[in-house]
Ligand binder design. Structure first.
Ligand SMILES: Cc1ncc(COP(=O)(O)O)c(C=O)c1O
Length: 414
C-alpha cells in the first residue's frame, strides 16, 4: 500500500537530493531539521552547500566540446557562503550593481571573470566597474553606451563591451520575469546593433567585443532558448560579414528549476548540447549566467506552525514565515511545495498554508494535502535558494531572518 509516508519520501528528493526522511524526521544533508529549533529561531533559511556544489559541477560537466565561462548571476542569492563556494570552484559572476560587484570581489571572484549587466547602471557604478577592470559591461541601450564612452574617455580607461540584444522572443515564463520580448525594457533590437558597432569601431577606449542576450528566468522549455540563440548567431554572422571582430557571446541565464512535483524542467545536458550544437565551431568565447539553476534547489525555508484556523469555507495553517521572507508566491504566483519535518501517517486533509502578514497575498500554497499539523510543528518550504532571502523585506516590521548553511553534519552560521 502506498502511504503518505512513502509519497513524501519519494517527492522530497525531487526538490533537493540532500533532503530525506530518516526515522520519520526530515534531514538536510546530515542535520535533522527538528534540531534546528533548539539552536535557532524560526523562520530560518537553511541551505545545502553540497547541492550548490553538485549543481555547478553538473552544469560544468555537461559541456564536453566547449568550456564556457560560467558567471553566476549574483542577484539570485548574494550570500558570502555561496559566492565564496562558487568562487573557489572557478566560477565568475554576473552582477547588476556596485554592491554585487564589491561583494563578488570580496569573495575572491577575480574582476576579469565578472560581467556587469542591467538597464540602469549609474555613473558611479560605471566608474567603479572601469576602475576595477572587470571583464566587460553588457550594455542595454544606445544612451548607456554613449555615457560609458564619455566616462571611459574622461577617466582614460579601456573597457570591453557586449551589446545586449533584445531578440523579441517570448520565453514562455511568467510575464514578470520575461526579458526578451520587444515590449520588455531590456536590450537593444537587432535592427539597431550594426549602427552601434559602426559608431564605435574606432573608439580609443571602448571596445565592442561581442553580444549578449538574456530572455528571461525560470524557462522550462528548450525551444525559446533555441529560437533566441539562433537569432543571435545570425547577428554574429552578419556582423562578421561586415568585418567586425566578434570574440565574445554571452548567452545569459534563465534555466528553470522544479518548484512543483510534476514540473517539467530542462535537463542541463539538453541546454549544453544546444549551445555546443550552435556555437562550437564559431571561434567564440561563450559566457553563461545561470542563477536560479545553481542555487534554487539548495535552500529551504524552515517555519513553525503558529496555529490552525478553521474558516467558513476552508481551513488554514498559519506559519511564522511570511511573504516578507519569501515573496515569490505573492509576486509571481509561484507555488513552492511544503513538507512536514516530523512525518506522521495521519489521513491528509487540505489546508491553505498562509503567513501572518496583513495581506491577502500572503499565501504560500492553497488546498495543500497535509497531515494533521499542530502548533509549533515544523514545516519546510522547498526550492527557496534563489530569489528568496535576497528579495526579502522587513515588511510589517518583521526583522530579517537568519540564513544557515549545512555541509554534511556541520552548520555554518555566518
Ligand atoms: C542579465 C541576467 N543574467 C542572468 C540572470 C539569471 O537568471 P536565472 O536566475 O534565471 O538563471 C538574470 C536574471 O534575471 C539576468 O537578468
Amino acid at each position: 500500500m502506498t502511504t503518505l509516508k512513502h509519497i513524501l519520501s519519494h517527492m522530497i528528493k525531487k526538490f533537493n537530493k540532500y533532503l530525506s526522511y530518516k526515522n520519520n524526521f526530515l534531514y538536510l544533508e546530515e542535520i535533522c531539521l527538528e534540531n534546528i529549533k533548539l539552536k535557532f529561531t524560526t523562520p530560518i533559511f537553511c541551505y545545502s552547500l553540497s547541492e550548490i556544489h553538485d549543481n555547478f559541477i553538473e552544469l560544468k560537466k555537461s559541456f564536453t566540446k566547449i568550456k564556457p565561462m560560467i558567471c553566476y548571476a549574483v542577484k539570485a542569492n548574494n550570500h558570502n557562503q555561496i559566492l565564496s563556494l562558487l568562487s573557489k570552484s572557478g566560477c565568475g559572476a554576473d552582477v547588476v550593481s556596485k554592491g554585487e560587484l564589491q561583494k563578488s570581489i570580496n569573495n575572491g571572484i577575480m574582476p576579469d571573470k565578472i560581467v556587469f549587466s542591467g538597464v540602469g547602471k549609474t555613473t558611479d557604478e560605471i566608474k567603479y566597474a572601469l576602475k576595477k577592470k572587470i571583464k566587460q559591461l553588457n550594455v542595454e541601450s544606445e544612451e548607456e553606451l554613449e555615457e560609458i564612452a564619455e566616462i571611459a574617455k574622461a577617466e582614460k580607461k579601456n573597457v570591453n563591451i557586449c551589446i545586449r540584444v533584445n531578440p523579441d522572443v517570448d520565453p514562455k515564463t511568467h510575464y514578470k520575469i520575461s526579458t526578451g520580448r520587444s515590449e520588455d525594457k531590456f536590450g537593444i533590437p537587432n535592427s539597431r546593433i550594426i549602427k552601434l558597432f559602426e559608431k564605435y569601431k574606432n573608439n580609443k577606449y571602448l571596445k565592442i567585443v561581442g553580444l549578449s542576450i538574456h530572455i528571461g528566468s525560470q524557462i522550462q522549455k528548450i525551444k525559446p532558448f533555441e529560437t533566441a540563440f539562433k537569432k543571435i548567431k545570425k547577428q554574429v554572422e552578419s556582423l562578421r560579414k561586415l568585418g567586425f571582430e566578434i570574440s565574445v557571446l554571452d548567452l545569459g541565464g534563465g534555466i528553470g528549476i522544479r518548484y512543483q512535483e510534476n514540473d517539467r524542467i530542462i535537463n542541463s545536458k539538453e541546454y549544453c548540447l544546444l549551445i555546443e550544437k550552435l556555437f562550437t565551431n564559431m571561434k567564440l568565447e561563450i559566457i553563461i549566467e545561470p542563477g536560479r539553476s545553481l542555487v534554487g534547489s539548495s535552500g529551504i525555508l524552515l517555519s513553525s506552525v503558529i496555529r490552525k484556523k478553521s474558516g467558513e469555507k476552508k481551513d488554514f495553517i498559519i506559519i511564522d514565515a511570511g511573504m516578507n521572507n519569501l515573496v515569490r508566491p505573492a509576486m509571481y504566483n509561484a507555488r513552492h511545495e511544503i513538507f512536514p519535518v516530523k512525518r506522521k501517517n495521519f489521513k491528509n486533509k487540505k489546508y491553505d498554508f498562509v503567513g501572518p502578514i496583513c495581506e491577502s497575498a500572503d499565501i504560500f500554497i492553497k488546498n495543500n494535502p497535509s497531515q494533521n499539523l499542530q502548533k509549533d510543528d515544523l514545516v519546510v518550504i522547498c526550492s527557496v535558494g534563489a530569489y528568496g532571502a535576497c528579495m526579502s523585506s522587513e515588511y510589517n516590521l518583521r526583522g530579517n531572518i537568519k540564513e544557515i548553511f549545512i555541509k554534511k553534519n556541520k552548520i555554518i552560521n555566518e
